[in-house]
Every structure is written in structure tokens, then in C-alpha cells.
Ligand binder design. Structure first.
Ligand code: G3P
Length: 218
């Protein structure tokens, strides 16, 4: 399972990269705005800075919603770095744009996916990644992980190579549930990844080991 971090914060991305388990980064317009990034030049500079930190794929979302606009922005973003994945919303023009990028060998991430039908369309269009939003479905009393299961079944039935990127991950249990189902990737905050470290028996066991061997190295 690949671990992506869902943020545009350079310090958090660096911290996750330093941990040695980071496979990529996802961003979205809200996350970019949270970092105070606006204007074409600043947006481009920020994506370049992210690519300089991480080894893996970096999703950069288009902010147009018409076909021509998405193509124009996506081509600029894709030319920045080979790590860039053009993130496109699940709308009619978005599906056309994903087909265009796919035919040109440009990686894509179809975002704002909330149903298996949408995921099927994204795969048919040749998306590299599909992003079902687990947490946001949970927020409205739908089980987000059920959608991951449904998409896994459909993709496996037909051998679709589109990777299931479980997005809107909020906590470590989401990560484990998606791993059990077989999501290819998860993206969430650094806090959800770090929470996987925690177990009270690890803490108490380590405390006893340290106490028992205190000062016995030399
Ligand atoms: O980047 C897309 C997705 O991961 C957003 O998550 O927490 O805003 O629902 P969230």
C-alpha cells in the first residue's frame, strides 16, 4: 500500500519524507489556499518545491472546470516535473480531459469520486488514480470504506489498472480498513500516519526495557 500525504504544507511533507515511508503527495485547491498560495507563478513555484522534497507522485489539481481550461492548465502542470499527476474533477469535461491526458501519457488523478459508477467511468477514461473520498462519505452517514470495497471488486473483475487512491482519510483505522480491502494508495494527514505508531504496550514495554538496562551500555 502506498502512503501519500494530503497537504500542501512543505514542513509536513518534509517530515513525512524524513520518516522514510512516503510514496507521494496529494494537494487540492483548498489545501493550497490554506498555505496562502495563489497566482499562477506562486502555484507553479509551490508545486516545484513539493516535487523537490518527495520521490513519488505529486497530484496537482486543475482549477478550471471546462475542457479547454483543464487541458491548458494540466499541460503546464505536467511539464513542471515528471512526478506531477494532473488532478481532474469527476465531471463530464473532466472525463474527456482524463482521456486526453491518458492518450498523451500524462498521469491523472480523478478526484471528488463518491460512487462506484463514477469510479468505473474514471477507469474507462484511463485515469492513473481514482480518488474516492472515504471521510466525506462517513460525514454524511455513508460507509466510505464500502465504496472502496465496491470499486476494488469492479476493477478486479475487469483488470482495470487504475489505482484506487483512498482519499479523505481521517484516522489510522481508515488506513487499516482500506489496507484490508486492498486500496492501492491512501492519502491523509501526517497525524493519521503517525497515529499508526501508537500502542500503549509499546510505550510501557520500552519504558521497562530502558529502566532495566539503564547505564549498562558502557
Ligand atoms: O484531497 C482530497 C481529500 O483527501 C480531501 O480530504 O479531509 O478534506 O475530506 P478532506
Amino acid at each position: 500500500m502506498k502512503f501519500f500525504i494530503d497537504t500542501a504544507n512543505l514542513q509536513e511533507i518534509q517530515e513525512a519524507q524524513n520518516l522514510g515511508v512516503l510514496d507521494g503527495v496529494t494537494t487540492n485547491p483548498s489545501l493550497m489556499a490554506k498555505e496562502g498560495i495563489s497566482g499562477k507563478d506562486n502555484i507553479i513555484a509551490h508545486y516545484k518545491a513539493i516535487c523537490a522534497i518527495v520521490d513519488g507522485d505529486v497530484s496537482a489539481e486543475v482549477i478550471s472546470t471546462d475542457y479547454e481550461g483543464m487541458i491548458a492548465e494540466g499541460e503546464i502542470l505536467a511539464a513542471l516535473d515528471e512526478k506531477i499527476v494532473v488532478k481532474v474533477p469527476m465531471i463530464k469535461d473532466g472525463i474527456r480531459a482524463i482521456r486526453y491526458f491518458s492518450d498523451k501519457g500524462i498521469k491523472t488523478n480523478c478526484t471528488l469520486v463518491f460512487s462506484a459508477g463514477q469510479a468505473l467511468l474514471a477507469a474507462k477514461a484511463g485515469a492513473t488514480y481514482v480518488s474516492p473520498f472515504v471521510g466525506r462519505l462517513d460525514d454524511i452517514s455513508f460507509d466510505g470504506t464500502k465504496l472502496i470495497e465496491q470499486i476494488r471488486t469492479i476493477y478486479d473483475n475487469y483488470g482495470f489498472e487504475t489505482e484506487i487512491l483512498a482519499a479523505s482519510i481521517r484516522h489510522p483505522v481508515h488506513i487499516l480498513q482500506c489496507a484490508e480491502i486492498g486500496a492501492d494508495v491512501m492519502t491523509g494527514p501526517l497525524s493519521a500516519i503517525l497515529a499508526l505508531l501508537k500502542h500503549p504496550l509499546t510505550d510501557s514495554g520500552l519504558e521497562k526495557f530502558m529502566k532495566d538496562m539503564a547505564g549498562k551500555w558502557n
